[in-house]
Write a protein that binds this ligand. Structure first.
Ligand SMILES: [Mn+2]
Length: 505
């Protein structure tokens, strides 16, 4: 093995030298000819364009060019073909170039199975180059912007559990390809205890050969959930700025500079690269409209219209103030993130942490914004790879955020989940440390936050009561919403879901 490893580079170098010599001699010969046939050297399709050249000379040139093509392929496989042995594509080939929609000709049962497993077409992903380009959806003005030569470096953290290898590697290739190397200190992959074997040895070997010294892999020995997985990444990061991303993203040209620049100006800003969409079935990259990230009282996040002052300003490239974040893409000063209490490590599995960070950073003197000049495309998966009941954990985590940050407005969260405030039947754990953090940081009230950062949120001031309305004669039946196209309420077996929640103002 060791010998083979030494022989490979030697072989590659000698082929390169040989290729260079051939290329040099071909160039010299072409330049020596008076009738400008340099175009003829550019490809087989150009045959016959140079009318003055003789048939024989053309054929000879053709043969040399074909040999050169072949040599190029050999050299490419030797130097860059690390993806090939694991069945993937890198470099300029493959499907879906330029972010175009792609399809597989042979839709097999395996394709369906992988779709089910990952929530996207993983088989198709394997055929799309790890280095494919994607469209530049930045507003025009962003392309003329210039940035300080003294931007801080960034550590990019990707978290994953049971993700397709090609999708993870495309995230890595993409960030390396689109970030100036002087700014990218390292890439950190946090494996939240995946079951998938190809994410062990294959991933290790690939990144250590392809990006020696640049990519670190952290493996959790038990499943921690995406919240604590991100914290694992933060712990090993060494650059002054850290970016956190899902491991199913592709970066757009120039994404890093605006983000790093905004943080350099003010370290208390948490910046969110704007999100575009990678379609889960065709991997087409689609532009999303400019948006802020908001949420409802259940603390489920959603895209919302940017604030009125941003719309009035009419500058598409300007940062968009946002009350919270979707969570799949955010960049923060490493030390500042520690100072304000990271993400709540008492939150489990999934959900709520993204809203809580938004409330906390604003209430405690910082800010959060979406940057239209910094763009990342992201696959919205049709399913998440957590076996657990996501709804339960989202509810539990929402109650933690409500208890710590929302003062009197926490009743809105209980109401949204249709659970009583005393004895809610949900163990949200110990929040005393988070309450102490709020004290220590001397943070604003939730009312201040609503007034200044999220005025669009509708509040309910005079709620007398909320819950289910049961039929006293048949107590298993509750008042429920009727058919969607009908305004009439119906009686339906009680199920405790939101359609049966109602309140009396
Ligand atoms: Mn995601």
């Amino acid at each position: 093995m060791a010998l083979a490893r030494r022989v490979k580079p030697l072989l590659a170098v000698s082929i390169l030298v040989f290729g260079g010599v051939v290329l040099f001699s071909v160039c010299c010969r072409l330049q020596a000819r008076p009738e400008g046939p340099a175009q003829a050297a550019r490809g087989a399709g150009r045959r016959g364009r140079s009318r003055h050249a003789t048939e024989g000379a053309l054929a000879e040139r053709e043969a040399v060019l074909q040999r050169l093509d072949h040599l190029e392929e050999v050299v490419y496989t030797q130097l860059n073909g690390l993806a090939k042995p694991i069945g993937l594509v890198e470099g300029p080939g493959g499907l879906g170039q330029g972010g175009m929609a792609a399809t597989l000709r042979d839709n097999s049962q395996e394709t369906e199975g992988k779709f089910e497993e990952y929530g996207y077409n993983a088989q198709l992903s394997d055929r799309i180059s790890l280095d494919r380009t994607i469209p530049d959806y930045r507003p025009q003005k962003c392309r003329q912007m210039t940035y300080s030569a003294h931007l801080p470096q960034i550590s990019v953290v990707f978290i994953f559990v049971n993700e397709a290898l090609s999708v993870i590697l495309r995230s890595v290739h993409s960030v390396v390809n689109r970030t100036p190397s002087r700014l990218l200190k390292e890439v950190i992959l946090v494996d939240d205890n995946s079951d998938n074997v190809e994410l062990k040895l294959n991933l290790d070997q690939y990144v250590s050969k392809r990006y020696p010294g640049l990519v670190k892999i952290v493996r959790n020995s038990r499943r921690e959930g995406l919240i604590r997985a991100r914290l694992q990444g933060w712990k090993v990061a060494t650059a002054p700025v850290v970016g956190f991303f899902d491991a199913h993203v592709e970066f757009s040209t120039g994404w890093a500079e605006p983000a790093l620049s905004r943080i350099r100006e003010d370290r208390r800003r948490i910046v969110l690269p704007a999100i575009d969409n990678i379609k889960y079935d065709t991997f087409e990259v689609q532009q999303y409209a400019s948006a802020a990230h908001g949420y409802n009282w259940g603390l489920w996040c959603m895209y919302i219209i940017p604030p009125q002052d941003w719309l009035d300003r009419g500058d598409e490239a300007a940062p968009i103030r946002t009350p919270a974040m979707i969570g799949c893409s955010f960049v923060v000063d490493r030390e500042y993130f520690g100072d304000i209490g990271l993400l709540d490590p008492g939150m489990e599995v999934y959900g709520g942490e993204n809203i809580e960070l938004g409330m906390r950073v604003w209430q405690c003197g910082g800010s959060m914004e979406v940057l239209p000049c910094s763009r990342v495309a992201h696959i919205e998966r049709t399913k998440k790879p957590y076996n657990n009941d996501i709804d339960y954990y989202a509810k539990r985590n929402a109650l933690r955020a409500a208890e710590v940050w929302m003062d009197g407005f926490k009743s809105h969260v209980y109401m949204a989940w249709n659970i009583p405030m005393s004895n809610p039947g949900v163990d949200f754990g110990d929040v005393s440390e988070r309450l102490a953090l709020r004290q220590r940081l001397k943070c604003h009230s939730f009312k201040w936050y609503l007034d200044n950062v999220y005025p669009e949120m509708r509040t309910y001031n005079d709620t007398l009561t909320y819950g289910e309305v049961r039929n006293s004669k048949a107590s298993g039946y509750c008042l429920d919403q009727g058919a969607e196209d009908d305004d009439r309420a119906i009686l339906y077996p009680c199920h405790g879901m939101s359609s049966q929640g109602c309140c009396v103002d």
